[in-house]
Design a protein around this ligand. Structure first.
Ligand SMILES: [Zn+2]
Length: 168
């Protein structure tokens, strides 16, 4: 940066901190460059080598739109790093995709029998206060269950569907 100062770069263009980091275009080039290797210094531009080996140029104002581009590139890299950290922290993906779940649901619904007067599983009546679950399909079949009977039946049906669809 001493070389840049000698070539007439004003201090604020090298070291100014922006009032908000969102206005990183107002940031001095020196702050954006940090401790990266500065390749070439001229009265108009600073060139630095990035980690990937490419060259970034910081031009003197008024060509400050270039500084915005560089800031955008830096922000994108920071975002990419943060994303990578987050995805490492996530648990393993579920074994079945949502498309698989949709196929399982379709398989179960396509086999429904229209059955409404008592519980399809235990064939007992629905007494007052008992929670009831009903599922239907587009063909108009509607099957009624006690809620607890439905939970058992559904687990069994999902196992059958996975086998039938080769999703074991
Ligand atoms: Zn039942």
């Amino acid at each position: 940066m001493a070389e840049a100062e000698r070539l007439g770069w004003p201090k604020d263009e090298l070291y100014a901190a922006p009032p908000l980091w969102a206005r990183v275009d107002l940031c001095g080039a020196g702050l954006l460059i940090g401790d990266r290797e500065v390749g070439a210094v001229t009265a108009e531009a600073l060139r630095i080598k990035t980690e990937s080996g490419s060259i970034l140029s910081f031009y003197r104002r008024p060509r400050s739109s270039n500084a915005i581009d560089i800031a955008g590139a830096l922000a994108a890299r920071i975002t990419a790093r943060a994303t990578a950290t987050v995805s490492r922290a996530l648990p393993d993906p579920p074994a079945l995709s949502s498309a698989d779940h949709a196929r399982i649901d379709w398989w179960i619904r396509s086999r429904l029998t229209d059955w409404r007067d008592n519980c399809w599983v235990c064939r007992r009546a629905f007494l007052p206060g008992q929670e009831k679950t009903a599922i239907a399909n587009s063909a108009g079949a509607e099957t009624h269950f006690h809620r607890s009977c439905y939970a058992e039946w559904r687990t069994e049906q999902e196992a059958l569907a996975r086998k039938a669809l080769g999703l074991a």
